[in-house]
Design a protein around this ligand. Structure first.
Ligand code: GDP
Length: 338
């Protein structure tokens, strides 16, 4: 792979979507990285190339297991991904792409997720590709970029996509709509509230894994596993017939990482056999179609010169109580349509 990476890169300007595609197919990681930068770019020319490239990559995509991993900062996500990724590469012959969605990265001036220095082993492994969260953009934009990046990574031959996100709310829903399996990492003995875990997140998890089950925390972890197993029973059964599993592990000591993988494998077997694996992906595609239509319409709307002018006046009269927000919206939509 190293030699391929040495292929001379033309300047960004002169590379076509086909150039990127050929490089990505051959496993050229430098080109893959550059292409992802195009996906994340707000430059229209870049977006055009990215769109064409995604179309080219689509037929080669889809042959992977996409796994979402969430949990509060400090729960051990990076350590866990390092352990799971290394296990999958060494024991299962997998190729791993690690992507991150970090809605807070804009505020913290840089990504706190997927940071290469936090995954020392994986970041130097030829079989792993790590991409931090884009450091700017709205959550919707970052999520779209991550989904498109997944397609590129799959075309590049990565068969296991790990998408990391901080367990703080909205980002989980976005991640859930782009992965096959959703894993929630938790700690024993730190109440749900403390961990910022909302009930909604527990409900969408396919597995809850209690991390840091080591040294004097082992008994606590065992107890937490029992508690979460009981709690999971209270949730309605999933449409796909999968009963969420609870396990404990120590990412730092590499303990039980294989058991977590066994759960993921049994999930994929279960859902492939009952067709819900592909059904879920179809539903997700529909969701993203809707998402794309909504975003495009909004962009068109707000970019319209007439709307921009009208909006200034209407905002004023709405804030002064002269017009109702609903009437103002109706007026704006009517003039947009005409
Ligand atoms: P993240 O913020 O969720 O990505 O968490 P990190 O992976 O950065 O881990 C946060 C801290 O917890 C670090 O100091 C890790 O060394 C530690 N840690 C992670 N996993 C384990 C574990 O399994 N056991 C113990 N004892 N510490 C861990």
């Amino acid at each position: 792979m190293k030699n391929i990476n040495k292929i001379t890169l033309k300047t960004k300007k002169s590379l076509t979507a086909k150039d990127y595609f050929d490089g990505i197919k051959k496993g050229n990681r430098a080109l893959l990285s550059k292409a992802i930068t195009l996906i994340e770019s707000s430059n229209l020319k870049h977006q055009e190339i990215a769109e064409e490239l995604i179309e080219l990559c689509l037929p080669l995509s889809g042959n992977s297991v996409r796994i979402g991993i969430t949990g509060v900062p400090g729960v051990g996500k990076s350590t866990f991904i390092e352990a799971l990724g290394s296990y999958l590469i060494e024991e299962k012959g997998k190729q791993i792409a690690v992507l991150a969605i970090d809605p807070s990265s804009k505020k913290s001036h840089g990504s706190i997720l997927g940071d290469k220095t936090r995954m020392n082993k994986l970041s130097v492994n030829d079989k792993a590709f790590i991409r931090p969260s884009p450091s700017s953009g709205t959550l919707g934009g970052v999520a779209k970029a991550t989904r498109e990046t997944t397609i590129l990574c799959e075309a590049a031959g990565y068969d296991t996509i790990l998408i990391e996100t901080v367990g703080v709310g909205q980002s989980e829903i976005e991640v859930k709509s782009m992965v096959d399996f959703f894993l929630l990492l938790m700690l024993a003995g730190a109440g749900d509230e403390l961990q910022g875990i909302k009930r909604g997140i527990m409900e969408i998890a396919d597995a809850v894994v209690i991390n840091k089950a080591d040294s004097d925390n082992i008994d606590n972890a065992k107890m937490a596993v029992r508690e979460y197993k009981n709690a999971m029973h209270l949730f309605p059964a999933n449409d796909n017939g999968w009963i969420p599993k609870v396990e404990s592990c120590s990412a730092i000591e590499d303990k039980n990482i294989n058991k977590v993988w066994d759960i993921i494998e049994s999930f994929t077997n279960h859902t492939i056999v009952n067709n819900s694996f592909s059904e879920n992906r179809r539903k997700q595609s529909k969701f993203w179609l809707e998402h794309a239509i909504n975003t495009s319409l909004m962009n068109l709307f707000y970019a319209d010169e007439q709307i921009k002018n009208q909006l200034i006046d209407l905002e004023k009269s709405v804030s002064e109580g002269e017009t109702s927000p609903f009437k103002a919206a109706k007026e704006l939509i009517a003039s947009f349509k005409s």
